[in-house]
Design a protein. Structure first.
Length: 102
């Protein structure tokens, strides 16, 4: 017996705890508990420009998936509280999460 109904992801931000020694900060977006596994992340800045990101492939547990995407932003942009948007597309629907600096 197979389950065919789509389960949308729960999405939340990942923010680096410490600034580290470099001039970049890692900011991420985690999508979890979704099915099927086809999912896409897209990052944009406040102006709507698409940012280069790293997308990690989904990992499966109990027929549900978890995936993550990361961007690196300059410490100065992070410190000046610029925001970034992570859009997660899954099964024709899009969830957008704003990742504010804290």
């Amino acid at each position: 017996l197979s389950e065919t109904s789509a389960v949308p992801p729960t999405v939340f931000p990942l923010i680096q705890c410490k600034s580290g020694s470099g001039d970049k900060i890692a900011v991420g977006c985690l999508a979890y508990n979704f099915s099927p596994k086809n999912l896409n992340f897209q990052w944009t800045d406040a102006s709507g420009a698409v940012l280069t990101s790293i997308q990690y492939p989904p990992a499966e547990k109990n027929n549900k998936y978890t995936a993550a995407s990361l961007i690196q932003v300059s410490k100065s942009d992070y410190d000046s509280r610029k925001s970034f948007k992570c859009s997660v597309t899954h099964g024709g629907s899009v969830k957008t999460l704003q990742v504010p600096s804290t």
